[in-house]
Design a protein around this ligand. Sequence first.
Ligand SMILES: [Mg+2]
Length: 239
Amino acid sequence: MTSAEYEGTVRMGYAVARVQLDTALADKSRTAVVDQVGDFSKLPPAIIMDIDETVLATGPYQVRLMDDTVTRPADLMARWVEDANAKALPGVLEFIAYAESRGVTVFFVTNRNSEKEAATRRNLETVGIKLPTDRDTVLLERERPDWTNDKTTRRAFVAATHRVLTLLGDDLNDFISAVRLTSAERRAVVARESARWGRDWIIFPNPMYGSWEGAAINFQFRAPADDRRRIKNESIRAE
Ligand SMILES: [Mg+2]
């Protein structure tokens, strides 16, 4: 997470996102949600952002996780979220400010659990993101009964009232439902939707964790090391 190349890549992503935001605002036939249907052309514009490794950096947590004395990663994650000390990724604050200046509502869709809403909102505000008080724009897993770890229902919730210009995330599930797909199936989805990358969908690198991990081992979480990954994933997965 000290890699200058990583920072350059993230800044590149936000630069592309800004250009695409302008283009999508002007073209009212565009939506970034694959199943947004009906006449959405007159709906107010919004974007949907994942939080961890899209808006907030989890590097310090990942470093703590490397400590072999950590036996309960879920507790470590809970404490780290409650600390609400995560820093913003490079370029993200400028991008959000620009989107808001163009009248675009920014929704955050995260698989942090709903009990982490207060801490999550606190962290977003600490880095300088001003959240509206007249509506909830931070949509967490299980905040509503049908808001599962599959983000599809939360994308549909936003798409019911807004035209979604852009999706931004670090995991395939931030863009389209890919829960428990195999590695080959995941690649097929990426290829099928190839026209959306860098256009409707802006993806950021995350070699540390993601839904690709489970797919890589066919979801056979057995060994203690894998179990640590599973718990970590279930805790943090944005995805
Ligand atoms: Mg994420």
